[in-house]
Design a protein around this ligand. Structure first.
Ligand code: ARG
Length: 496
């Protein structure tokens, strides 16, 4: 108790705000300069986290004997109240949220507010707040991401037998199923969600206690503060902790990995829903029409969906450009990174949410899809048969099948033509048009696939169950993180 600081008499001077500028700087910033350098207009994202950080810091000061239990109790009540009744952040002269809270608390509990900066800098506090918020957002992203993966899997199961073409080079490559395509997107999404859980680990290192750059002579228990704030690790090196945002590279690259398949899927839906392809019916609730051309149904949600990746990538690039070429200690440039993070995360979240609604409403045109899978689409399998059954070298079989394809495309396939192709190549087998066409029947082709991960409906069903199991694991991950992140508030405010 003897070390307890007593600034109470200096707290306010006749009710006037005491600015900490006044020691070093004689004049106020001009309004334009204040606005130009302030982060207050995007600090609302880290409002809750900043309050929790201040609460934990005060608890730390109290544990060290620098703040009485009574003042701590009062401060915690005030900070808790600020969570439900936020203070306004619209004064253009305010530098940032940290100052707002410090000034507010200084007026209410001077012994606490005026000591908030003892052993705490905005540098370590803001870095901690961003990490906490990012962690929450990652949990939200993984939660929504699993829902989208499930929607894709459900669609995949419903359409597991729906014959559908797969394109390479935008030319029909082979018959597959719509279920197979949906499952491929679910699988890619799953991999992105796993990357997000890795990015969560990067974010889960607590910078608090690094102070401005080099640590402090105040004996802060960094491990205790980190665990109070729900972190699993301390980000030890104080210079790194106070002055870097490297972990955001993991977060942003995971967001790119997450939205890349959605961008591809969007592109595919835009193309499939054109009249020329006629492969899917894009839902009306997600389409617009033209203000001049009355016949139009435009798949606008997919158009925006495919471009979100570009928007996120540009935020990523913006972040890297700001982060590069800085000296090791904090610079205010770092502040300018933060809004990009929230924008990128929001683009990804909004995209996930809209696609969760869109996917179940996609209708496949089964007849058209079957038609596009017709001969010569599955002819690679005929070439396989010529090699495996008749011992014809694959290169020869490929050539024969190329010629047969041409006949099919030109509508000239006949027993006679087939016989001539085989004779010319010196192959002594009997192959009829009927046999060729029956081998190329799209359903038979799809069912003939035998490799792991193929489009064979049984293989697709197996993959659906496997991905579903992995999704269940991710859901438990989400639940566990949610629980621990919501518990921190109780722990901070109720247990001191
Ligand atoms: N508002 C800043 C940010 O968002 C934190 C303040 C750091 N300011 C300072 N002078 N060290 O990064």
């Amino acid at each position: 108790m003897s070390r307890q600081l007593c600034f109470i008499s200096h707290a306010t001077q006749g009710g006037k705000r005491v600015s900490f500028r006044e020691g070093r700087l004689g004049r106020k910033m001009i309004k334009e300069a204040a606005e130009y350098t302030s982060s207050i207009h995007f600090d609302n994202e880290i409002y809750r986290e900043t309050i929790l950080i201040n609460a934990v810091h005060l608890k730390m000061l109290s544990k060290l004997g620098y703040l009485s239990k009574e003042d701590l109790k009062k401060s915690l009540e005030i900070l808790k109240e600020l969570l439900t009744n936020p203070i306004s952040l619209d004064d253009p002269f305010l530098e940032d949220i940290h100052i707002v809270i410090e000034e507010y608390l200084s007026r209410k509990v001077p012994a606490a507010g005026l000591n908030l900066a003892l052993g705490k800098s905005r540098n370590d506090a803001v870095s901690t707040a961003i990490r906490m918020h990012v962690k929450n957002k990652i949990v939200e992203l993984v939660d929504e991401g699993t829902k989208l993966a499930e929607a894709l899997l459900r669609k995949g199961s419903e359409e597991v037998f729906t014959v559908f073409p797969v394109y390479t080079h935008m030319q029909v490559a082979a018959p597959a199923t719509f279920g197979f395509i949906m499952t491929s997107y679910a699988s890619r999404l799953l991999s992105a969600l796993e990357s997000l859980t890795q990015a969560y680990i990067s974010a889960d290192h607590c910078p608090l206690g690094a102070v401005a750059a080099c640590g402090s002579s105040i004996k802060l228990d960094r491990e205790w503060m980190a665990s109070q704030l729900g972190f699993s690790y301390v980000l030890e090196n104080s210079l790194e902790a106070s002055s870097t945002r490297d972990f955001l590279i993991d977060v942003l690259s995971s967001l790119i990995k997450l939205t890349l398949p959605i961008s591809d899927l969007s592109e595919e839906l835009v193309i499939y829903s054109s009249k020329e392809y006629g492969l899917v019916d894009f839902p009306e609730e997600f389409s617009s029409t033209s203000s001049i051309m009355p016949h139009k149904k435009n798949p606008v949600v997919a158009e925006i969906g495919r471009t979100k990746l570009a928007e996120i990538s540009s935020e990523f690039l913006r972040i890297i450009m700001i982060l590069q070429r800085k000296m090791s200690g904090y610079v205010l440039d770092l502040q300018q990174v933060t809004p990009s993070v929230w924008r990128a995360i929001n683009h990804a979240l909004n995209t996930l949410r809209i696609f969760i609604e869109l996917i179940p409403r996609i209708k496949v045109n089964h007849e058209r899809a079957y038609e596009l899978c017709g001969p010569p689409a599955g002819i690679t399998e005929l070439a396989n048969i010529l090699t495996t059954k008749y011992g014809i070298p694959y290169r020869t079989a490929h050539k024969i099948c190329g010629e047969i394809s041409l006949l099919i495309i030109n509508n000239k396939l006949s027993d006679n033509e087939l016989e001539q192709i085989l004779k010319k190549t010196g192959i002594n087998i009997n192959l009829t048009t009927k046999e060729v066409l029956s081998i190329l029947e799209p359903r038979l082709v799809v069912n003939s696939y035998k490799t792991l991960g193929s489009a064979n409906p049984y293989e697709v069903s197996r993959m659906v169950s496997q991905i579903q199991e992995q999704i269940e694991e991710l859901k438990s991950w989400v639940d566990a993180r949610r629980e621990s992140l919501t518990n921190i508030e109780n722990e901070i405010f109720e247990n001191y």
